[in-house]
Design a protein around this ligand. Structure first.
Ligand SMILES: NC(=O)c1ccc[n+]([C@@H]2O[C@H](COP(=O)([O-])OP(=O)(O)OC[C@H]3O[C@@H](n4cnc5c(N)ncnc54)[C@H](OP(=O)(O)O)[C@@H]3O)[C@@H](O)[C@H]2O)c1
Length: 219
């Protein structure tokens, strides 16, 4: 399985459920992870290294957006385009209303907005179609499942694929669905995600893309 080089410097914007899960997942395989917070001095109890947003961006070879999708673009603007130019940005964010019932980008996506606002920063959207518990423990699910990648930059998607492999997602579970415009499909899945979670009685599940069986349909 192609994994990334050990000891990559990964900066994760946010200190919530997703940020912490990903930080532990990548720390386990030897990456150098730093969380970025608006209030770093108040986050000393996380047991993870935390710095300000700008310092985290400066640390990062790979920057991960794990902040609310409603504010992510503004937070990144605060860091500044020059500070993240050329840095791979892995975007896990989704913009949702407080009750998770409505998308904040109904005819658009956060991934596309970030890419448009920061054209020198290759953006890859991934992992946002599942709960944070599944992101870092795909092996705890009943059987293999699918993680999607959207982005315009081939090399950025390759590096993201390796970082996904580090979390336990083999290449056979990774599905590149196209350019950054396809981030819209990943983000809009959030509505179906909530419905499935309600029906299942749990947020910890994932979907698996099942192609037609070989030979099926041949008469
Ligand atoms: N939870 C999931 O399972 C899941 C699954 C798929 C996608 N996502 C998406 O991933 C992103 C992160 O989700 P999460 O569950 O980790 O969220 P969360 O627990 O609410 O954490 C978000 C973090 O973002 C930072 N932040 C920066 N600006 C903020 C603001 N104005 N309001 C609130 N927090 C702000 C906060 O860190 P500081 O206070 O330290 O700055 C906070 O800890 C969201 O876009 C979410 O839609 C989440």
């Amino acid at each position: 399985m192609p994994t990334s080089l050990p000891g990559m410097r990964i900066g994760i914007l946010g200190t919530g459920n997703v940020a912490r899960a990903l930080a532990h997942g990548w720390q386990r395989v030897g990456h150098d992870v730093l969380l970025g917070s608006r209030h770093p001095t108040e986050r000393g109890d996380l047991g993870l290294p935390v710095a300000g947003l700008g310092e985290t961006a400066a640390h990062a070879e790979v920057l991960v957006n794990a902040t609310p999708g409603t504010v992510s673009v503004d937070l990144l603007r605060g860091i500044g385009a020059p500070a993240i130019a050329g840095t791979l940005l892995v975007d896990v964010g989704v913009g949702l209303s407080d009750d998770y019932a409505e998308l904040s980008h109904p005819n658009d996506s956060l991934g596309e907005q970030i890419q448009a606002a920061f054209p020198k920063t290759p953006v890859v959207k991934t992992l946002c179609t599942m709960d944070s518990a599944a992101m870092t423990a795909p092996g705890d699910l009943e059987g293999p499942s699918t993680v999607f990648l959207s982005g315009d930059d081939t090399e950025a998607k390759r590096t993201t694929g390796r970082l996904l492999a580090d979390l336990g997602w083999p290449p056979s579970s990774q599905l590149d669905i196209g350019g950054i415009t396809t981030a819209r499909g990943q983000e809009h899945f959030a509505l179906l995600f909530m419905g499935i979670a309600n029906g299942l009685g749990s947020h910890v599940f994932n979907v698996r893309v099942v192609p037609r069986a070989a030979g099926a349909g041949v008469s």
